[in-house]
Design a binder for this molecule. Structure first.
Ligand code: FAD
Ligand code: N01
Length: 536
């Protein structure tokens, strides 16, 4: 158990969240000589990898890339056992980072931040927690995560069920034993697609309740190849630099051609090659897959045909083949034996587009045409993404402005880093930055480094206050929306658009301009004396 500590009444900085973002931020602030503490709701570090312990949980960015790059010694000493690391190994890595940099002594676990109010006269934030702490700090840094507010659906009768219930994003710490049980899985996003094959291998029966099918690419996960690991470790610095300039912050080969400028035979060969290689690099087959519907259709149809040739029952195959959104406009999934799992005799798919759920009952789930009985229900129903964790905190900025009101029609920020009217409040991978469209560790490091450099710059000049200007924010929001409109992304009812939460504004929340271009922009802004920010 973590030891109980008292929070100091006054600090230079408060960081909320002890995932990768919060941990690296604490490390950098210590380096600047600032007094800082992390406040974390969980009883351990790791964020996403602490909470999402569902069977099959795994990274879809290769292990050699989904790790910190800020310390050469750290990246050389850590060894990954698989091409794509599983949740327990990533959690071990997070704990290793916490120990290696002695971070725990400044982390307050099992404490949730409830509100933060800016006191203009003192130029300080007052933060309150669910434990009754009241702490003031000059800087407040939100490392609260884009996918940390797990969401249960609004299905009638949800609390009536008498069996076991689980949410993938809030999974128990003990092993859940599904053997001999009849299990329902609601949802077919990335979490479900990873969990279903593993649960199906153990349970007596699995019934998947699907509203919208997703595109999934096989991971081709394998034990780490030593030569491959060495090829990274002997050249880590250069490879990381290259990755930072890429669109997604992931080093993989993006074909500069258009999918429709090559012959069908050439195109199919390229898709086959990438399908055989596995992972999200499939989307790099042609540069315009996410820009041009005709190009996208070729990749989408290729994957649909893979589903049709894998799943033996043609009705199930057709139900699993996505047709309502271009491939990649919802986060593409990466799996191990997902489609193959539907060939198992103990797995069934319920197509909710045909037979919607009417209610959850004490013993199971009733759809418009059947009553299904279960021992357990797994909700793989996702998150209130990007804004959910932030808006659970009652932020009051300058002149009593509330963040919930400022963002009533969707999140607005300058660079996804700050919000006008909320001085000295930073977001790590906030809406308006590449965040969830990238290798998140690359984006986290970029934000933490940029914020640290700014705070160092201010310290050297005796400045204590920074705020985004309204004009810079307006221009950034307009630019973000304009860039998004040039892509196919806004055509999908995705969580990127807030579409998974009833009543949430439909705004494309992340910045799609690319990790490399975004980094350049942030660096230029800093070089011009933090253009668009008011420093005092
Ligand atoms: P998080 O890890 O989400 O940490 C935020 C922390 O803040 C949490 O511990 C939370 O408890 C805490 N917190 C939030 N609000 C409060 C509050 N009010 N008070 C106190 N504490 C609070 N990204 C990739 O790049 N590649 C992947 O393959 C990948 N796979 C993923 C798989 C899953 C299942 C999920 C859910 C996400 C995945 N992601 C992936 C995204 C992942 O969230 C990031 O990669 C990364 O771990 C985020 O780190 P973070 O520190 O920003 O946030
Ligand atoms: O959540 P999701 P997730 N009735 O929102 C369904 C990252 N991640 O946890 O599409 C029935 O994608 C919903 O259906 P619909 C990654 O960024 C990465 O799976 O709304 N169904 C959908 O099928 C990912 O994108 C990995 O029609 C309901 C599902 O629940 C993000 O986290 C692994 C419903 C939710 O899918 C979120 O993924 C895991 C209802 N009332 C997560 N409500 C990697 O592999 C919702 N659904 C790296």
């Amino acid at each position: 158990m973590p030891e109980t500590k008292t929070l100091p009444a006054s600090l230079d900085a408060i960081i909320v969240g002890a995932g990768f973002g919060g941990m690296y931020m604490l490390h950098r602030l210590r380096g600047l000589g600032l007094s800082a503490r992390i406040i974390e709701a969980a009883d351990g570090v790791g964020g996403t990898w602490y909470w999402n312990r569902y069977p099959g949980a795994r990274c879809d960015v290769e292990s050699m890339q989904y790790s910190f790059s800020f310390d050469e010694a750290l990246q050389q000493e850590w060894t990954w056992s698989e091409r794509f690391a599983a949740q327990p190994e990533i959690l071990r890595y997070a704990n290793h980072v916490a120990d290696r940099y002695d971070l725990r002594r400044d982390i307050h676990f099992e404490t949730r931040v409830e509100s933060a109010a800016y006191d203009e006269a003192a130029d300080r934030w007052t933060v309150t927690t669910d434990k009754g702490d009241v702490v003031t700090a000059r800087f407040c840094i939100m490392a609260t995560g884009c996918l940390s507010a797990a969401r249960l659906p609004d299905i009638p009768g949800i609390s009536a069920f008498r069996g076991e219930t689980y949410h993938t994003g809030y999974w128990p710490h003990h092993k859940v034993d599904f053997s001999g049980k009849r299990v329902a899985v609601i949802g077919t996003g990335s979490s479900a697609i990873q969990a279903i094959p593993v649960i199906a291998a153990e349970a007596a029966q699995v019934t998947v309740f699907q509203r919208t099918p997703n595109f999934s690419i096989p991971s081709r996960n394998a034990p780490m190849d030593e030569a491959y690991e060495q090829s990274w470790k002997s050249d880590y610095r250069a490879k990381r630099l290259k990755a930072r300039s890429m669109r997604t912050g992931i080093l993989y080969d993006i074909n500069p051609q258009s999918a429709i400028e090559v012959s069908e035979a050439e195109r199919l060969a390229e898709y086959e090659r990438r399908w055989a290689n596995g992972g999200t690099a499939f989307m790099g087959a042609y540069h315009d897959l996410i820009l041009n519907k005709a190009s996208n259709d070729t990749a989408a149809e290729f994957v649909r045909n893979k589903i049709r040739s894998t799943v033996k029952d043609p009705v199930t195959a057709e139900a699993l083949a996505p047709k309502d959104h271009p491939i990649g406009t919802k986060r593409i999934c990466v799996d191990t034996d997902y489609y193959e799992t539907y060939n198992r005799p103990n797995v069934a798919l319920v197509n909710l587009r045909r037979t919607p759920i009417e209610t959850i009952t004490a013993t199971g789930i009733r759809t418009s045409d059947a009553e299904h009985e279960f021992d357990a229900i797994v909700f793989a129903t996702g998150f209130d993404a990007m804004t959910g964790a932030l808006l659970k905190i009652d932020f009051q900025g300058r002149d009593g402005r509330r963040l919930s009101q400022e963002w009533e029609h969707g999140p607005r920020s300058y660079l996804g880093l700050m919000v006008a009217g909320f001085p000295n409040l930073f977001m790590i991978t906030g809406p308006g930055s590449p965040s969830v469209l990238s290798n998140m560790i690359v984006s986290i490091e970029q934000h933490v480094d940029w914020i640290s450099d700014l705070l160092g710059h201010m310290k050297a000049r005796g400045q204590g206050c920074v705020e985004a200007t309204e004009e810079a924010q307006e221009a950034w929001v307009a630019h973000g929306s304009e860039v998004a409109q040039r892509t196919l992304y806004p055509t999908a009812a995705s969580w990127y658009m807030g579409a998974n939460i009833p009543g949430k504004p439909r705004v494309f929340m992340p910045y799609i301009g690319g990790v490399g271009a975004y980094r350049e922009r942030c660096d230029e802004i800093a070089a011009r004396g933090y253009e668009g920010f008011r420093l005092a």
